[in-house]
Write a protein that binds this ligand. Structure first.
Ligand SMILES: NC(=O)c1ccc[n+]([C@@H]2O[C@H](COP(=O)([O-])OP(=O)(O)OC[C@H]3O[C@@H](n4cnc5c(N)ncnc54)[C@H](OP(=O)(O)O)[C@@H]3O)[C@@H](O)[C@H]2O)c1
Length: 248
């Protein structure tokens, strides 16, 4: 039985992936700050299949305390899904809150590389895999995307560079780059349920289960295959044109 460590399993993609991977026969370690949600998942999926590890992904000491004391059955991690992340704010850069920028960088970049660094020796030993949640925001700019897009561009390029360094180790690395998917993402970003419902309303967005299915597909491919980058959008989402500002 293989084991996946999925960060950010208390909501959205991570919770859907925890359900799908356990149903497909994997053991899952799910992380997040909301202990009640991880406890509910453990009750739903069974403690033999799901272990909740409660810590703030930005807290190195708390992360190490949780990961260094995993139950025996969950120690042989084969797959790291770096999913925990967030956007904060939709304002243009010149009006954005600096603390929001720092929180996004701390969570989406610093914490992601830190947990990856910790688990790399084990993943190399086990010829495992890493799947990183980037975004279409890594490639396509949009108003208010500023630092969020910057963090996701980092995740994409870090994934590609990891592949270079890991050549010959058997470790696979994939950057998953979704467009609009309905989760708690917009509620977290805006702090407004109404804004969240307005964004997704009538758009037929992707679902957390759509993304979880792609994660499981990537993780289940034959070991000689590496998906480098995978980008997906709902059919109703496409690209904005270039903006031109005219004087006068
Ligand atoms: N939804 C989209 O349209 C979309 C598109 C492209 C990429 N993404 C990316 O996909 C990933 C998952 O997003 P989602 O849509 O599933 O969002 P979500 O429903 O808001 O879930 C985010 C998860 O990240 C965890 N997380 C956030 N900050 C954390 C922290 N400091 N410590 C520990 N865990 C933390 C949350 O757990 P706790 O709050 O319990 O700690 C939660 O489990 C993110 O990296 C996001 O940027 C989302």
């Amino acid at each position: 039985m293989k084991t996946a460590l999925i960060t950010g399993a208390t909501a959205g993609f991570g919770a859907a992936a925890a359900r799908l991977f356990t149903a497909a026969g994997w053991r899952v370690i799910g992380t997040g700050r909301r202990a009640d949600r991880l406890e509910a998942l453990a009750a739903e999926l069974g403690p033999d299949k799901f272990h909740g590890a409660v810590f703030d992904i930005r807290d190195d000491a708390a992360r190490d305390a949780a990961l260094d004391t995993l139950p025996e059955a969950f120690r042989g991690i084969n797959l790291l899904v770096n999913n925990a992340g967030l956007a904060l704010g939709t304002q243009p850069a010149q009006q954005a809150d600096l603390q929001n920028w720092r929180t996004m960088i701390d969570t989406n970049v610093t914490a992601l590389v830190s947990i990856t660094h910790k688990l790399l020796p084990l993943l190399i030993e086990r010829k495992g895999a890493i799947i990183n949640l980037s975004s279409v925001a890594a490639t396509y700019p949009y108003g208010g995307g500023n630092v969020y897009g910057g963090t996701k561009a980092f995740v994409k390029q870090f994934s590609l560079n990891l592949r270079s360094d890991l050549a010959g180790t058997g470790v696979r690395v994939t950057s998953i780059e979704p467009g609009m998917a309905e989760t708690e993402f917009t509620l977290v970003r805006t702090g407004s349920q109404e804004a969240s419902e307005k964004l997704y309303g009538g758009a037929n967005p992707m679902t957390a289960e759509d993304i979880a299915a792609m994660l499981l597909w990537v993780a289940s491919l034959p070991l000689h295959l590496n998906i480098n980058v995978m980008e997906m959008m709902p059919v109703n989402q496409s690209f904005a044109g270039f903006a031109v500002h005219r004087a006068g």
